[in-house]
Design a protein around this ligand. Structure first.
Ligand code: C5P
Length: 262
Protein backbone atom coordinates (compact mmCIF):
# COMPACT_ATOMS: atom_id res chain seq x y z
CA UNK A 1 0.00 0.00 0.00
CA UNK A 2 2.88 2.40 0.75
CA UNK A 3 4.09 1.88 -2.85
CA UNK A 4 0.72 3.17 -4.10
CA UNK A 5 -0.94 -0.20 -4.68
CA UNK A 6 -4.65 -0.28 -3.90
CA UNK A 7 -5.48 -3.24 -1.67
CA UNK A 8 -9.04 -4.56 -1.89
CA UNK A 9 -10.11 -6.35 1.26
CA UNK A 10 -9.66 -8.34 3.33
CA UNK A 11 -13.22 -9.40 4.03
CA UNK A 12 -14.58 -10.59 7.36
CA UNK A 13 -16.63 -13.74 7.79
CA UNK A 14 -16.45 -17.53 8.09
CA UNK A 15 -12.98 -18.90 7.31
CA UNK A 16 -12.15 -22.27 5.74
CA UNK A 17 -10.33 -23.19 8.99
CA UNK A 18 -13.62 -22.87 10.85
CA UNK A 19 -12.85 -19.59 12.55
CA UNK A 20 -14.66 -16.30 12.04
CA UNK A 21 -12.91 -13.02 11.34
CA UNK A 22 -10.80 -11.09 8.86
CA UNK A 23 -9.10 -13.21 6.21
CA UNK A 24 -11.58 -13.90 3.42
CA UNK A 25 -11.26 -12.75 -0.16
CA UNK A 26 -13.90 -10.17 -1.12
CA UNK A 27 -16.84 -11.60 -3.07
CA UNK A 28 -16.48 -11.28 -6.85
CA UNK A 29 -19.37 -8.79 -6.96
CA UNK A 30 -17.62 -6.66 -4.31
CA UNK A 31 -14.34 -6.73 -6.25
CA UNK A 32 -16.24 -5.64 -9.35
CA UNK A 33 -17.90 -2.76 -7.47
CA UNK A 34 -14.51 -1.62 -6.15
CA UNK A 35 -12.88 -1.80 -9.61
CA UNK A 36 -15.71 0.18 -11.21
CA UNK A 37 -15.45 2.81 -8.47
CA UNK A 38 -11.65 2.96 -8.85
CA UNK A 39 -11.79 3.50 -12.61
CA UNK A 40 -14.75 5.93 -12.67
CA UNK A 41 -14.20 9.67 -13.29
CA UNK A 42 -14.10 11.64 -10.03
CA UNK A 43 -16.07 14.88 -10.52
CA UNK A 44 -17.20 14.85 -6.85
CA UNK A 45 -13.76 14.46 -5.30
CA UNK A 46 -13.65 16.38 -2.01
CA UNK A 47 -17.46 16.62 -1.76
CA UNK A 48 -19.40 15.21 1.19
CA UNK A 49 -22.72 13.85 -0.04
CA UNK A 50 -25.68 13.06 2.20
CA UNK A 51 -28.52 10.92 0.79
CA UNK A 52 -31.83 9.92 2.38
CA UNK A 53 -33.49 6.81 0.94
CA UNK A 54 -36.39 4.41 1.38
CA UNK A 55 -39.67 4.76 3.24
CA UNK A 56 -40.15 5.75 6.87
CA UNK A 57 -42.03 3.67 9.42
CA UNK A 58 -44.38 5.45 11.82
CA UNK A 59 -45.34 3.33 14.80
CA UNK A 60 -48.96 2.89 15.87
CA UNK A 61 -48.01 0.54 18.70
CA UNK A 62 -45.01 -1.77 19.37
CA UNK A 63 -46.02 -4.21 16.62
CA UNK A 64 -47.70 -2.06 13.96
CA UNK A 65 -47.13 1.07 11.96
CA UNK A 66 -47.73 2.89 8.70
CA UNK A 67 -45.22 2.96 5.88
CA UNK A 68 -45.19 3.06 2.07
CA UNK A 69 -43.97 1.09 -0.94
CA UNK A 70 -40.67 2.89 -1.54
CA UNK A 71 -37.93 0.28 -2.11
CA UNK A 72 -34.98 2.65 -1.59
CA UNK A 73 -33.40 1.48 -4.85
CA UNK A 74 -33.06 4.95 -6.41
CA UNK A 75 -31.44 6.43 -3.30
CA UNK A 76 -29.06 3.50 -2.90
CA UNK A 77 -28.07 3.77 -6.58
CA UNK A 78 -27.43 7.51 -6.10
CA UNK A 79 -25.28 6.86 -3.03
CA UNK A 80 -23.27 4.31 -5.00
CA UNK A 81 -22.85 6.65 -7.99
CA UNK A 82 -21.76 9.52 -5.71
CA UNK A 83 -19.14 7.30 -4.11
CA UNK A 84 -17.90 6.18 -7.53
CA UNK A 85 -17.63 9.87 -8.45
CA UNK A 86 -15.19 10.37 -5.57
CA UNK A 87 -17.47 11.76 -2.85
CA UNK A 88 -17.46 10.85 0.81
CA UNK A 89 -21.03 9.49 1.10
CA UNK A 90 -23.43 9.04 4.03
CA UNK A 91 -26.68 7.22 3.33
CA UNK A 92 -29.55 7.57 5.79
CA UNK A 93 -31.88 4.64 5.08
CA UNK A 94 -35.41 3.91 6.22
CA UNK A 95 -36.42 0.24 6.58
CA UNK A 96 -35.33 -1.42 3.29
CA UNK A 97 -33.86 -4.76 2.26
CA UNK A 98 -30.87 -3.59 0.26
CA UNK A 99 -27.13 -4.16 0.66
CA UNK A 100 -25.06 -1.08 1.55
CA UNK A 101 -23.06 0.17 -1.45
CA UNK A 102 -19.35 -0.36 -0.79
CA UNK A 103 -17.47 2.57 0.67
CA UNK A 104 -20.69 4.27 1.78
CA UNK A 105 -21.44 4.99 5.42
CA UNK A 106 -25.00 3.89 6.21
CA UNK A 107 -27.20 5.04 9.07
CA UNK A 108 -30.43 3.05 9.54
CA UNK A 109 -33.46 4.91 10.86
CA UNK A 110 -37.17 4.15 11.14
CA UNK A 111 -39.43 7.20 11.66
CA UNK A 112 -39.39 10.58 9.93
CA UNK A 113 -38.40 12.20 13.24
CA UNK A 114 -35.36 9.95 13.52
CA UNK A 115 -34.49 10.55 9.87
CA UNK A 116 -34.71 14.32 10.51
CA UNK A 117 -32.33 14.11 13.51
CA UNK A 118 -29.77 12.04 11.60
CA UNK A 119 -30.06 14.23 8.49
CA UNK A 120 -29.81 17.61 10.24
CA UNK A 121 -26.78 16.41 12.17
CA UNK A 122 -25.00 15.12 9.05
CA UNK A 123 -26.09 18.10 6.93
CA UNK A 124 -23.91 20.33 9.09
CA UNK A 125 -20.79 18.99 7.39
CA UNK A 126 -22.20 17.87 4.01
CA UNK A 127 -21.73 19.84 0.79
CA UNK A 128 -24.51 18.11 -1.18
CA UNK A 129 -27.84 16.80 0.17
CA UNK A 130 -30.00 14.54 -2.00
CA UNK A 131 -33.40 13.73 -0.50
CA UNK A 132 -34.79 10.62 -2.20
CA UNK A 133 -36.59 9.19 0.84
CA UNK A 134 -40.36 8.73 0.63
CA UNK A 135 -40.99 10.25 4.05
CA UNK A 136 -44.44 9.54 5.50
CA UNK A 137 -46.47 12.74 5.50
CA UNK A 138 -48.18 11.88 8.80
CA UNK A 139 -47.52 9.83 11.91
CA UNK A 140 -49.97 8.62 14.56
CA UNK A 141 -50.44 11.45 17.07
CA UNK A 142 -49.47 9.06 19.84
CA UNK A 143 -47.83 5.63 19.52
CA UNK A 144 -49.38 3.26 22.09
CA UNK A 145 -46.92 1.76 24.61
CA UNK A 146 -48.57 -1.66 24.36
CA UNK A 147 -50.21 -3.59 21.54
CA UNK A 148 -53.69 -2.22 20.90
CA UNK A 149 -56.19 -5.07 21.37
CA UNK A 150 -59.38 -5.53 19.40
CA UNK A 151 -62.41 -5.56 21.69
CA UNK A 152 -64.70 -7.61 19.46
CA UNK A 153 -67.30 -4.84 19.29
CA UNK A 154 -66.88 -4.45 15.51
CA UNK A 155 -66.89 -0.68 15.95
CA UNK A 156 -64.61 1.53 13.86
CA UNK A 157 -61.41 2.51 15.65
CA UNK A 158 -60.20 6.08 15.36
CA UNK A 159 -56.56 6.99 14.94
CA UNK A 160 -55.46 10.59 14.74
CA UNK A 161 -52.40 11.75 12.87
CA UNK A 162 -50.04 14.70 13.00
CA UNK A 163 -47.93 15.99 10.14
CA UNK A 164 -44.31 14.95 9.99
CA UNK A 165 -41.51 17.51 9.65
CA UNK A 166 -40.40 18.19 6.07
CA UNK A 167 -36.75 17.12 6.22
CA UNK A 168 -35.79 18.51 2.82
CA UNK A 169 -37.51 21.88 3.35
CA UNK A 170 -35.95 22.29 6.80
CA UNK A 171 -32.45 21.54 5.57
CA UNK A 172 -32.89 23.58 2.37
CA UNK A 173 -33.86 26.60 4.49
CA UNK A 174 -30.87 26.24 6.84
CA UNK A 175 -28.17 28.94 6.75
CA UNK A 176 -25.59 26.63 5.10
CA UNK A 177 -27.98 25.77 2.28
CA UNK A 178 -29.08 29.38 1.86
CA UNK A 179 -25.47 30.56 1.65
CA UNK A 180 -24.67 27.97 -1.05
CA UNK A 181 -22.34 25.85 1.12
CA UNK A 182 -24.83 22.98 0.93
CA UNK A 183 -26.41 22.17 -2.47
CA UNK A 184 -29.84 20.57 -1.97
CA UNK A 185 -31.61 18.26 -4.40
CA UNK A 186 -35.22 17.16 -3.92
CA UNK A 187 -37.27 14.41 -5.50
CA UNK A 188 -40.93 14.45 -6.43
CA UNK A 189 -43.03 11.38 -7.10
CA UNK A 190 -45.98 12.67 -9.10
CA UNK A 191 -48.81 10.88 -10.80
CA UNK A 192 -49.56 13.57 -13.44
CA UNK A 193 -48.44 16.99 -14.80
CA UNK A 194 -44.82 16.16 -14.01
CA UNK A 195 -43.22 19.43 -15.09
CA UNK A 196 -45.73 21.89 -13.58
CA UNK A 197 -45.88 20.00 -10.29
CA UNK A 198 -42.09 19.76 -10.17
CA UNK A 199 -41.62 23.50 -10.73
CA UNK A 200 -44.12 24.27 -7.99
CA UNK A 201 -42.45 21.83 -5.61
CA UNK A 202 -38.99 23.22 -6.33
CA UNK A 203 -40.17 26.69 -5.30
CA UNK A 204 -42.02 25.38 -2.24
CA UNK A 205 -39.08 23.35 -0.96
CA UNK A 206 -36.58 26.08 -1.78
CA UNK A 207 -34.10 23.80 -3.59
CA UNK A 208 -31.98 24.66 -6.64
CA UNK A 209 -32.65 21.28 -8.30
CA UNK A 210 -35.74 19.10 -8.21
CA UNK A 211 -35.92 15.65 -9.81
CA UNK A 212 -39.36 14.43 -10.77
CA UNK A 213 -40.54 10.94 -11.59
CA UNK A 214 -43.89 9.23 -11.95
CA UNK A 215 -44.41 7.61 -8.53
CA UNK A 216 -46.42 4.50 -9.38
CA UNK A 217 -44.08 3.76 -12.32
CA UNK A 218 -40.94 3.70 -10.18
CA UNK A 219 -41.76 2.24 -6.75
CA UNK A 220 -39.99 -1.09 -6.36
CA UNK A 221 -38.79 -1.22 -9.97
CA UNK A 222 -35.22 -1.41 -11.26
CA UNK A 223 -35.79 1.20 -13.94
CA UNK A 224 -37.17 4.72 -14.07
CA UNK A 225 -37.16 7.98 -16.05
CA UNK A 226 -36.30 11.38 -14.55
CA UNK A 227 -37.07 15.02 -15.24
CA UNK A 228 -34.57 17.52 -13.83
CA UNK A 229 -36.00 20.95 -13.10
CA UNK A 230 -33.77 23.89 -12.17
CA UNK A 231 -33.01 27.51 -13.08
CA UNK A 232 -31.70 26.40 -16.48
CA UNK A 233 -35.06 24.83 -17.34
CA UNK A 234 -35.96 21.18 -17.81
CA UNK A 235 -33.75 18.21 -18.70
CA UNK A 236 -35.18 14.77 -19.37
CA UNK A 237 -33.17 11.67 -18.49
CA UNK A 238 -35.02 9.05 -20.53
CA UNK A 239 -36.06 5.61 -19.40
CA UNK A 240 -33.08 3.54 -18.14
CA UNK A 241 -32.00 1.44 -15.17
CA UNK A 242 -31.86 3.26 -11.82
CA UNK A 243 -28.12 2.54 -11.80
CA UNK A 244 -27.57 4.38 -15.11
CA UNK A 245 -29.95 7.21 -14.14
CA UNK A 246 -28.13 7.64 -10.82
CA UNK A 247 -24.79 8.01 -12.66
CA UNK A 248 -26.32 10.55 -15.06
CA UNK A 249 -27.92 12.48 -12.21
CA UNK A 250 -24.67 12.58 -10.25
CA UNK A 251 -22.85 13.89 -13.36
CA UNK A 252 -25.51 16.62 -13.67
CA UNK A 253 -25.22 17.53 -9.98
CA UNK A 254 -21.40 17.61 -10.24
CA UNK A 255 -21.67 19.96 -13.24
CA UNK A 256 -23.94 22.33 -11.33
CA UNK A 257 -21.84 22.25 -8.13
CA UNK A 258 -18.57 22.86 -9.98
CA UNK A 259 -20.30 25.71 -11.84
CA UNK A 260 -21.07 27.27 -8.45
CA UNK A 261 -17.46 26.99 -7.36
CA UNK A 262 -16.02 28.36 -10.62
O1 C5P B 1 -43.72 17.03 -0.49
P1 C5P B 1 -43.23 15.76 -1.10
O2 C5P B 1 -43.29 14.58 -0.17
O3 C5P B 1 -43.83 15.45 -2.44
O4 C5P B 1 -41.69 16.08 -1.41
C1 C5P B 1 -40.80 15.13 -1.86
C2 C5P B 1 -39.38 15.54 -1.53
O5 C5P B 1 -39.27 16.05 -0.22
C3 C5P B 1 -38.43 14.36 -1.57
O6 C5P B 1 -37.15 14.86 -1.89
C4 C5P B 1 -38.50 13.85 -0.14
O7 C5P B 1 -37.35 13.11 0.20
C5 C5P B 1 -38.58 15.15 0.64
N1 C5P B 1 -39.37 15.05 1.89
C6 C5P B 1 -38.75 15.16 3.10
N2 C5P B 1 -39.50 15.12 4.27
C7 C5P B 1 -40.84 15.01 4.21
C8 C5P B 1 -41.49 14.89 2.99
C9 C5P B 1 -40.73 14.92 1.83
O8 C5P B 1 -37.52 15.26 3.14
N3 C5P B 1 -41.54 14.98 5.34
Amino acid sequence: AEDGAVVLGVARGDQACGEFGHGRMLEASELLEELIAYLAPKPLLGQRVLVTAGPTFEAIDPVRGITNLSSGKMGFAIARAAREAGADVTLIAGPVHLPTPRGVQRIDVDSASNMLSAATQRAQSATIFIATAAVADWRPAQAADHKIKKDGSGEARQLSFVENPDILAEIAHSPRAQSGELYCVGFAAESENLEANAQAKRARKGVPLLVANIGPATFGRDDNALLLVDDEGVLELPHASKRVLAQQLIAEIARRVSGLEA
